[in-house]
Design a binder for this molecule. Structure first.
Ligand code: IPM
Ligand code: MG
Length: 354
């Protein structure tokens, strides 16, 4: 297994170091794992003047899987847009054709109290958000800021989806639902936006090939409301890039902390990039207090989706559950009566539980 390790910025290096410990533990158990590190985001800009240095993209292209921390930091916020850390992330997604972003929101029973929602609303929660990742208003042309006919500045972006882009992400969602509770809710804004009117038509077409999966549709505003009202109604949610960006942050908080949520971004051959769903958290960077579990759980997803090794995926997930059951908590998920541990202590605990 060739894994490109891209720690990135902020808490990225700290949390990735914990996931690397887990990979090293697996490799000392006999798995053949090769890892090589490269800079991305602000770290890429600092060393190579580019948030996605050519050598980093090449390493990622040559690897079987990519492990990413997070990108972004205050000191880069005033750079011209192409040089900003987020562009490194968007370009690597596009460069590797990672069109399918899987963001599970799973509540660990031990953390029911850490959620801001009532325990009965979230207990047993298990949702998979399938977000399209290489299209939509994120990448649509034309875009920019220009002077319009009235002589004032005007910003514009373009929401676009082609049939084939919608079809391939719909197939991913139905495929995943088949291994879960067989329900897909497609989220759109078909009452207002033509792009998503087409989205709905194509999803309905694709659904014909999956007669055992129940398909429903929801407008994105209603979905945002339903996610906090009654989140357990959902199994798989499939949606476009920008709606998925927003809804996945919302869904993450149902589980107590965004620090718990892994993600996978896959191409059509299941090559993938694995990263926590959260960002670089510059406010707590370097303090060794970040939660590394989302990154460690991203390694579990890597085993499951890219390396087809369900046993190892479950082994990592069981180790995380065990550590939580034993009462270890980083600050973000700490509640009265549990033991507060640092980022690196959490990593050590998971390795011990493995
Ligand atoms: C995410 C992030 C990124 C996105 C940013 C950092 C570009 O919010 O992965 O959800 O908008 O996709
Ligand atoms: Mg986001």
């Amino acid at each position: 297994m060739k894994i490109a390790v891209l720690p990135g910025d902020g808490i990225g290096p700290e949390i990735v170091a914990q996931a690397v410990k887990v990979l090293k533990a697996l490799s000392s158990d006999g798995m053949k794992i090769e890892m090589e590190e490269a800079p991305i985001g602000g770290a890429g800009y600092d060393v190579a003047g580019d948030p996605l240095p050519a050598a980093t993209l090449k390493l990622a292209q040559d690897a079987d899987a990519v492990l990413l921390g997070a990108v972004g930091g205050w000191k880069y916020d005033t750079l011209p847009r192409p040089m900003r850390p987020e562009q490194g992330l968007l370009r690597i997604r596009q460069g590797l054709n990672l069109f399918a972003n899987l963001r599970p929101a799973l509540l660990y029973p031990e953390l029911a109290d850490a959620s801001t929602l009532k325990p009965e609303v979230v207990s047993g929660l298990d949702i998979m958000i399938v977000r399209e990742l290489t299209g939509d208003i994120y990448f649509g042309q034309p875009r920019g800021i220009h002077i319009n006919a009235d002589g004032e500045r005007e910003g514009f972006n373009t929401m676009r989806y082609s049939e084939s882009e919608i079809r391939r992400i719909a197939h991913v969602a139905f495929g995943i639902a088949g291994k879960r509770n067989r329900r897909v809710c497609s989220v759109d804004k078909a009452n207002v936006l033509e792009t998503t009117e087409l989205w709905r038509q194509i999803v309905i077409e694709v659904a014909k090939g999956y007669p055992d999966i129940e398909l429903s549709h929801m407008y994105v505003d209603n979905a945002a409301m339903q996610l906090v009202r009654a989140p357990k109604q959902f199994d798989v949610i499939v949606t476009g890039n920008i709606f998925g960006d927003i809804l996945s942050d919302e869904a993450s908080m149902l589980t107590g902390s965004i620090g718990m949520l892994p993600s996978a971004s896959l191409d059509s051959n299941n090559k993938g990039m694995y990263e926590p769903s959260h960002g670089s958290a510059p406010d707590i960077a370097g303090k060794n207090i970040a939660n590394p579990l989302a990154t460690i759980l991203s390694v579990a997803m890597m085993m499951r989706y890219t390396f087809n090794d369900e046993a190892t995926a479950q082994r990592i997930e069981r180790a995380v559950k065990k550590v939580l059951a034993n009462g270890s908590r980083t600050a973000d998920i700490w509640t009265e009566g549990t033991k507060k541990v640092s980022c690196s202590e959490m990593g050590d605990a998971v390795v011990a539980a493995l």
